[in-house]
Write a protein that binds this ligand. Structure first.
Ligand SMILES: Cc1cc2nc3c(=O)[nH]c(=O)nc-3n(C[C@H](O)[C@H](O)[C@H](O)COP(=O)(O)OP(=O)(O)OC[C@H]3O[C@@H](n4cnc5c(N)ncnc54)[C@H](O)[C@@H]3O)c2cc1C
Length: 387
């Protein structure tokens, strides 16, 4: 696998083991069926517990069954999962970074005991409800409301584009607490079997098809006080989760690009035109050279991010730069790989077009490319250009 400047040489034995475990799992359990899942618009839900057993959900957290692996190991895990399909990495990202992380960081002891081990083992599935039909890039405009009554809270509103919602047992729902001064945003753990919760599936996707996406409808949903995440208020709650997940995306996108590169190189060496392999043509070699260079640059950024995260020096803006750059890189290189496969490149027999189409989602979710440009622009100039 492409590792042009020997970055993997410096990994610890444990980090290599985690990478190899994920690589083998993908090759044996998912790769053979991923094209069918993509075509059918399904996720291999039967693998969710096995992914838990293998430690794929938030292994970088400490306690409650999580082994606290290094940030490099966590990144490599995301890279291997997304080398198969962005849907697989999205499942693990949402479960780990968007559901387990907020419970771990902001939850009560009882919430941690109840949910973290079950989510970590894949016995329960979680989802993260932030986006609303009228509030995507600007989630602070959210309209979902939580109103306090004698027994707890009553939630009303709707969330959309929610990964895993139709298969989730619990949703982390972000809503405005209208009973408190200034209606702060709070996080609520909402079991999806509560009265008034609906989780309709969104079927019409042309991207990220091997991932379950849906809505969350909340109609007078009653949750007890114990279901509020006690230790966070305001946009800091959801945004800190997104920083964790975007870190995983910055790594994961490299996996998709790497798989495109490997597929294109193999194809070019096998496929003969004009009396020999097409890999002998300078135009094709130029494409492979550029692809390998862009992947290597993205890897360097991801490895540096891991160092900063380990040292506690990682800023959300660093993550914005890496998410923005690495996903754009993967989106561009998937397209080049697709063209290098000629007509065969438009089928599900080969991965590049599937990755290319997945990258349309990855480019858009967890902060669009444009929004990350604005985050960086603000950091570089001190001037916010969002409104
Ligand atoms: C498959 C999939 C899974 C998802 N999973 C989840 C999930 O699990 N949980 C969740 O909460 N959300 C999820 N999302 C939602 C995702 O985060 C949003 O789609 C994303 O934030 C963009 O919001 P929007 O679609 O409303 O686009 P909009 O905000 O309407 O943006 C439309 C366009 O306008 C641009 N734009 C917007 N504002 C500005 C500005 N100020 N300056 C310049 N350009 C701007 C954007 O960059 C974009 O190009 C998912 C989305 C998809 C497609």
């Amino acid at each position: 696998m492409l590792d042009y400047v020997d970055l993997e040489e410096d990994l610890s034995a444990e980090e290599k083991l985690i990478r190899d475990t994920a690589r083998e799992f993908v090759a044996e359990e998912v790769q053979p069926e991923i094209a069918d899942h993509y075509e059918n618009g399904t996720f291999p839900t039967e693998l969710i517990p096995e992914m838990g057993e293998l430690g794929f959900y938030a292994p970088n957290l400490e306690g409650y069954g999580s082994p606290n692996v290094s940030e490099h190991a966590y990144g490599l895990l995301m890279q291997e999962l997304e080398a198969c399909d962005s849907g697989l990495r999205s499942m693990a990202s949402v479960q780990g970074a968007l559901v387990m992380y907020p419970i771990h960081a902001f939850g009560s002891e009882a919430q941690k005991e109840e949910w973290l081990p079950a989510l970590g083992r894949g016995e329960a599935v979680g989802c993260f409800g932030l986006t609303e039909p009228d509030h995507g890039s600007n989630p602070a405009g959210m309209e979902t409301r939580a109103e306090r009554d004698a027994d707890g809270y009553v939630l009303n509103g709707s969330k959309t584009w929610i990964t895993n919602s139709p298969i989730a047992d619990v949703a982390v729902v972000w809503a405005r607490d209208t009973s408190a001064d200034d209606s702060p945003i709070r996080g609520f753990l909402v079991e999806t079997d509560r009265d008034g919760v609906s989780t309709n599936k969104i079927d019409e996707k042309l991207s990220m098809r091997a991932s379950v996406t849906g809505e969350i409808g909340l109609s007078d949903v009653r949750v007890p006080e114990e279901n509020v995440l006690p230790d966070v208020e305001g946009m800091k709650g959801p945004l800190s989760c997104l920083t964790q997940a975007r870190y995983g995306i910055a790594w994961g996108a490299i996996g998709a690009a790497r798989d495109c590169f490997e597929t294109a190189r193999d194809y070019q060496l096998d496929r003969d035109q004009f009396g020999g392999p097409i890999a002998r043509f300078q135009i094709q070699q130029q494409k492979l050279s550029e692809m390998a260079t862009q992947i290597t640059l993205a890897q360097l950024l991801a490895y540096r991010l891991a160092d900063l995260k380990e040292d506690g020096r990682l800023r959300p803006q660093h993550v914005s730069m890496a998410k923005r750059n690495n996903v754009r890189m993967a989106r561009n290189q998937a397209r080049v790989a697709r063209e290098m496969l000629g007509g065969n490149g438009i089928t599900t027999d080969y991965s590049p077009m599937r990755h290319m189409s997945n990258m349309e989602t990855v480019y858009t979710y967890e902060g669009t490319h444009d929004i990350h440009s604005l985050i960086l622009g603000q950091d570089l100039t001190g001037i916010a250009a969002f409104e």
